[in-house]
Design a protein around this ligand. Structure first.
Ligand code: R7I
Ligand code: MG
Ligand code: MG
Length: 352
């Protein structure tokens, strides 16, 4: 479909759920041989598998809250979104939430809380979390707002409800922008070479802010940490077929920090636009992206979820095997919500 088509919305939201559900199997594994990944994915085609057998984790649970809030409020409302996070957590606390964010979610449940951003600010001795929990749920911001300025502003605030360190919330901004550009057709052949440069120039502005500059100093990162990683993505891309999984992990990371997972997810998508050795020839790009994300090991559910959203916005819903969709809890809901977001997106007033 063309830019911002319904198929792209459905692809983005459904593939994010898929990444979370199929990636859960390997979360925390140090390395995953491709054989095991393919075995896991082939297993989904087994007829005896029941509907929705693979459960989603916190990544999808929180994404659903973001979606519901954006739809219900027809825009960003921090009070409403915070309330939904807290309610979801108290209803299903066993979805594999990060160890730190649980404290925030408990505090957000308090009816006496005035400033919903305060609990997140208190995390990790006051500098806030740099985990990827803000980024893992950022895709819907690109599906609710069409203007990059709005996407930047609201994906940042949405992440700050739990992640107030710039190394956390700027990962969410990057993820939302990647989904946005993909949704606009930015990964189609004629635009493909400039995809990463667009992200770098957006992030140069984002990371020029004082908070980002001071956090990168506190954590002894380079001056523009996300831009730095995006340049590494570009370097790895230029080396094309000669990049090993080990190098991707050592250059970009596969961990729970947003800085070590969002650029990695972006790399997975770009790398899998072409057929790759070691991946089945019958696989299309979306299937390749999923398999490759899982083979990196580490935070597989989250990296596959983020890569899934970006890839799904490019390939559209028809690229996702129906048999995979049937195996994943929440895939059907995601499909329905994608249509609602598509309507909201195209109705949104010009001033945002
Ligand atoms: O970021 P968050 O929501 O976790 C998301 C991850 C995803 O992989 C999900 O699939 C789920 O498995 O969890 O949760 P946080 O607790 O904010 O951050 C995750 C972890 O990162 C924390 O538990 C810490 O171990 C680490 N971390 C930090 N450690 C030291 N200093 C995050 N921020 C800091 C920090 O500032
Ligand atoms: Mg998870
Ligand atoms: Mg995870």
């Amino acid at each position: 479909g063309g830019p911002a088509s319904l198929s792209r919305f459905r692809g983005a939201l459904v593939a994010a759920v898929l990444g979370d559900c199929v990636g859960g199997e390997f979360e925390g594994a140090e390395e995953v041989p491709m054989d095991r990944v393919l075995q896991h994915l082939n297993g989904l085609e087994d007829e005896s598998r029941g509907d929705g057998i693979l459960q989603y984790s916190d990544d999808t649970a929180m994404t659903r809250c973001v979606v519901q809030s954006l739809l219900t409020r027809a825009g960003f409302d921090e009070q409403d979104m915070a309330r939904r996070f807290a309610k979801e957590y108290s209803h299903s606390p066993g979805r594999g939430y990060g160890a730190g964010v649980i404290q925030v979610l408990r505090k957000l449940a308090s009816p006496h809380l005035n400033d919903v951003f305060q609990p997140a600010r208190a995390q990790f001795s006051g500098h806030g979390s740099f985990g990827n929990g803000g980024a893992m749920r950022a895709a819907p911001f690109a599906l609710a707002f069409s203007n990059p300025v709005d996407i930047r502003r609201y994906s940042r605030l949405g992440a700050m409800l739990t992640h107030s360190c710039s190394l956390g919330y700027n990962g969410a901004v990057l993820q939302a922008l990647a989904v946005h550009i993909s949704l606009q057709g930015g990964l189609e052949l004629p635009h493909r070479p400039t995809f990463i440069n667009k992200l770098i120039s957006e992030m140069e502005e984002v990371e020029a802010e004082d908070a980002a500059r001071s956090d990168s100093r506190v954590f002894s990162e380079s001056e523009f940490p996300f831009c730095d990683r995006l340049h590494r993505v570009k370097d790895l891309m230029e080396r094309n077929n000669s990049v090993s999984i080990e190098e991707v992990i050592s250059e970009l990371g596969n961990g729970i920090a947003a800085l070590h997972s969002v650029p990695t997810a972006i790399f997975c998508v770009l790398h899998c636009l072409e057929p790759r050795e070691g991946l089945p020839e019958r696989y299309g790009g979306l299937e390749r992206t999923m398999a490759y994300s899982l083979a990196l090991g580490g935070d597989t559910d989250t990296i596959a979820c983020m890569a899934g959203a970006i890839a799904g916005a490019h390939y559209g819903i028809d690229a996702i095997p129906q048999i995979w969709q049937r195996c994943c809890e929440g895939a059907e809901d995601a499909d329905i919500n994608a249509e609602r977001l598509h309507t909201l997106y195209h109705q949104a007033p010009a001033e945002g």
